[in-house]
Write a protein that binds this ligand. Structure first.
Ligand code: XMP
Length: 516
């Protein structure tokens, strides 16, 4: 897809854990932005035609030999530049300032005194809380710079070039612990880059629908459905753009949640006028997973079988030239496939469910510029039901990675029942939207119990429920004890073969959200 918005800002990524967060914060100000490699050339920057640049933080020290640098001509392009932490130190270094290591790494909240008469700090407080996270700081700025803010330990907490529109912040305006950071970013975008801040998802939908129409013409498009929000939003966009020229394929691999196939068919037939093909593939997947317990091997086999199934079904759709996928911006960044994007290694296990290029279709990925929260908002604007839009994410390999040990129909059925009870009770308690992901895991152990007068030796189910913004980090949800008690009692009473329920109280890191 071509990028349709006129106004944009580029975020140069110097390896910051916060680069994606910066991009999201910029978009929250209704300014479109993209993340690019830190060493992008000035010529390439011009091709993007941005109105401003943000240099992210990063773990390196500017005075180290191999420290990541930007094209030095970038500072002479006349474009407004905002350096954050490492990005600020880089700008300072480029103009002859001095950056040094501080004896103790400064990490946490700090009290900032800012010159609020300057455009960068407009409408913020002269004393404000900010979040610091650095081991180096500027010990001397070049004469070209002036100071805009300081803290008790950091004399150059915000700086500005006297002539050029180059600004630097030692603190992180993008994190919530800098409560006025959003205003500071907005000031940079509106006051300094002179952007209108008018990018919105309505325009995005209209432009994207027109673009799909244009590209597809009278050809047929295949769209893989998963039951999740991303593929549903893709289908909604396609349905608006090309109506019944779309064929959707849902592969039921037997690893879906309880009633999921029916729910997708219902949601789908209510909202779209298109051809839906459901592939009943449970047997094939159970066969390929027989006697396999090793998590990565499960994933590989599921991925392989999925592609085989999809390929067979797609062949039956005559004349299809295009394949639509719900790839999101974080996937694009993580896979290093972003134009000029940092070449990070994709996590093997998050690849499952993707389709290879060899299928021979031209890909349509209308969400590849969006973050998850933007996809949800877009789904609501396109009229999708809240229940679908706010559905918790579900991994491509499905229940197989929540059924620890052997994956059999019997064990999957136990897991499906326990999972449905846990989610239903969390919904009943009004906590589904507040939590990021909630599910049951069937453990590969049995434990002793007593039911009536008899000894039992049965399965153990773990409940996992986490709070998370981006799924890169997560904390276990502090569910009320009474809710946990109801979940446990119901599972043990209603799911035959389970006599014990545990609650997972591990955060990510060091644990992951899924157990496999
Ligand atoms: P972890 O377990 O790595 O999960 O903390 C982070 C998020 O990714 C989801 N997940 C997957 N999604 N295919 C997917 O499409 C996968 O193989 C996969 N593994 C984990 C997980 O549910 C959580 O939302």
């Amino acid at each position: 897809m071509t990028r349709l918005s006129q106004e944009r800002v580029l975020v140069l990524d110097f390896g910051s854990q916060y680069a994606q967060l910066i991009a999201r914060r910029v978009r929250e100000q209704n300014v479109y932005c993209e993340i690019v490699r830190h060493d992008i050339s000035v010529e390439k920057i011009r091709e993007h035609n941005p109105q401003g640049l943000i240099l992210s933080g990063g773990p390196s020290s500017v005075y180290e030999q191999d420290a990541p640098k930007c094209d030095p001509d970038l500072f002479n392009m006349g474009l407004p530049v905002l350096g954050i932490c490492y990005g600020m130190q880089l700008a300072c270094d480029a103009f002859g300032g001095k950056v040094e290591s501080v004896s103790t790494r400064e990490y946490g909240r700090a009290e900032l005194t800012a010159q609020v008469t300057t455009p960068l700090f407009q409408d913020t407080s002269s004393q404000q809380q900010v979040w610091m996270s650095h081991g180096d700081q500027i010990s001397n700025i070049a004469d070209d710079f002036e100071t805009l803010a300081e803290t008790s330990t950091c004399p150059f907490a915000a700086i500005k070039h006297r002539e050029l529109p180059i600004y630097g912040l030692q603190f992180h305006p993008e994190v919530t612990h800098s409560p006025e950071g959003g205003t500071i970013l907005r000031n940079f975008l509106i006051n300094i880059c002179q952007l209108s801040g008018s990018w919105n998802l309505d325009d995005f939908a209209t432009e994207t629908i027109a673009h799909i129409k244009d590209v597809v013409g009278d050809q047929r498009v295949i769209c893989g459905l998963s039951g999740g929000v991303d593929s549903a939003v893709v289908a909604a966009l396609l349905s608006r753009a090309i109506g019944d020229q779309m064929t959707c394929i849902l592969v039921d691999n037997g690893l879906l949640r309880k009633n999921e196939q029916a729910a997708v068919i219902n949601a789908f037939t209510e909202h779209f006028k298109a051809d839906l093909q459901v592939v009943q593939a449970e047997q094939r997947f159970l066969e390929t997973l027989k006697d396999i317990s090793e998590p990565q091997e499960k994933r590989k086999r599921i991925g392989y079988e999925f592609i085989k199934c999809f390929r067979e079904e797609a062949k039956k759709v005559s004349g299809a030239q295009f394949l639509a996928q719900g790839t999101l911006y974080p996937d694009v960044i993580e896979s290093g496939a972003a134009k000029d994007g940092p070449a990070a290694t994709i996590k093997l296990h998050h690849n499952v469910g993707g389709l290879p290029e060899e299928l021979g279709f031209t890909l349509i990925e209308p969400l590849r510029d969006l973050f998850k929260d933007e996809v949800r908002r877009l789904g609501l604007e396109l009229g999708l039901p809240e229940s679908l839009v706010w559905r918790h994410p579900f991994p491509g390999p499905g229940l197989a990675v929540r059924c620890l040990g052997a994956v059999t129909k019997e064990r999957l059925d136990i897991l499906r029942e326990a999972d449905a009870i846990a989610v239903e009770e969390i919904e009943n308690a009004g906590l589904y939207r507040e939590t990021a992901q909630a599910f049951a895991v069937l453990l590969p152990v049995q434990s002793v119990g007593v039911m009536g007068d008899a000894r039992t030796y049965e399965d153990v189910v773990a409940i996992r429920c986490v709070d998370s913004e981006d799924f890169m980090t997560a904390d276990w949800s502090r569910l009320p004890y009474d809710l946990l008690a109801t979940i446990s009692t119901r599972i043990i009473n209603e799911v035959k073969g389970v006599n014990r329920v545990c609650y997972d109280i591990s955060s990510k890191p060091p644990a992951t959200i899924e157990w496999e």
